[in-house]
Design a protein around this ligand. Structure first.
Ligand code: FAD
Length: 282
């Protein structure tokens, strides 16, 4: 873990493409609030198979227009090489220098999985098409990807992405710092020398978090799950406990040498601003 200290701490914020005028206005307000914190970059998610393509492009334009370095997420599942090539050309023309390269999940009802089946193939494709133009972030799973055959197999697959040309990794969110620290140790043992940035999910809504965690394989520790569930509709108590837990998590990660933090903002500035303030990141 010690060797991660060589990277300057980098903080980034993730957004999703909004739906409707209200969502767009909220994203613009959130973007402007969080831009004041001077993040290294911001990122915008992308629906696999191109399902949010127009929204992602609009949001990326808005971020670049606000003077932010912006990394569109790009998932390969359900897309042809030609579609991916066109999108890469568009991003290059827009001045994009970073991409978060993912496999994605095939939307239900979509049968054609496209030309590339795993993120390592996408990373290799982007490198073959565009050389070193893009700084490529990939996803990492300290608690392992839910579809992985085994923990070891998942690490092997992470290694494939790194060897294909990833520049850095962002983790799935987690609330158990040890999972991250062990994952980083395993990577170091394999000689994978790239920044692995913890993905931080603020806790604001228990029902949503529990549903999402079930799908993506992120574990809410039992003691935390029970306490959050016991608050029922008492959102204020959920937020207060959630905030305390996430501040402690971030402190522990940064103290242990994590090279930065990537905040899943859910297009809201408040929870991320509160974490920022209480972590003393100003
Ligand atoms: P991969 O790295 O390809 O891994 C997927 C699974 O396949 C794993 O179980 C892995 O072990 C296995 N595997 C990998 N390579 C091979 C191989 N060569 N042979 C056999 N098995 C293999 N989803 C979206 O739809 N849009 C987004 O914008 C988005 N952003 C995300 C951002 C972050 C930081 C993270 C952590 C996740 C994000 N996701 C997003 C979710 C992500 O798309 C899903 O978790 C998806 O199921 C896996 O994508 P991946 O890039 O990690 O896939």
């Amino acid at each position: 873990m010690e060797s991660q200290r060589q990277y300057p701490a980098q903080f980034s914020f993730e957004f999703f493409p909004p739906k409707g005028e209200q969502g767009e206005a909220r994203l613009a307000a959130t973007r402007d609030e969080l831009a004041k914190l001077n993040p290294r970059y911001v990122s915008v998610t992308y629906g696999a198979g191109g399902s949010t393509q127009a929204g992602t492009l609009d949001a990326v334009r808005g971020m670049l227009g606000a003077g932010l370095d912006c990394a569109p997420h790009l998932s390969c599942i359900g897309s042809s090489k030609e579609q991916l090539r066109e999108l890469l050309d568009t991003y290059r023309e827009m001045g994009v220098k970073r991409i978060v390269a993912l496999r994605g999940d095939l939307p239900s009802g979509m049968r054609d999985s496209g030309d590339l089946h795993y993120a390592n193939e996408l990373v290799a494709f982007i490198r073959a098409e565009t050389g070193d133009h893009f700084h490529l972030e990939v996803a990492a799973y300290p608690e392992f990807h839910p579809q992985a055959k085994s923990a070891l197999h998942d690490l092997d697959n992470f290694q494939r992405k790194v060897e294909a040309g990833a520049s850095a990794a962002i983790t799935q969110y987690f609330y158990n710092a040890d999972a991250y620290l062990r994952f980083v140790d395993e990577c170091e043992k394999r000689g994978l020398d790239l920044p692995i940035i913890p993905g931080i999910m603020p806790i604001t809504n228990y029902t949503q978090l529990a549903r999402f965690s079930g799908m993506c394989g992120a574990e809410i520790p039992r003691w935390l799950d029970r306490r959050l569930a016991a608050y029922g509709d008492d959102l204020e108590s959920i937020r207060t406990l959630g905030h305390t837990v996430v501040v402690e998590l971030c402190r522990r990660l940064l103290d242990a040498g994590a090279p930065g933090l990537h905040f899943y903002t859910m297009n809201q500035s408040g929870p991320t601003l509160a974490l920022w303030r209480d972590l003393g990141l100003d």
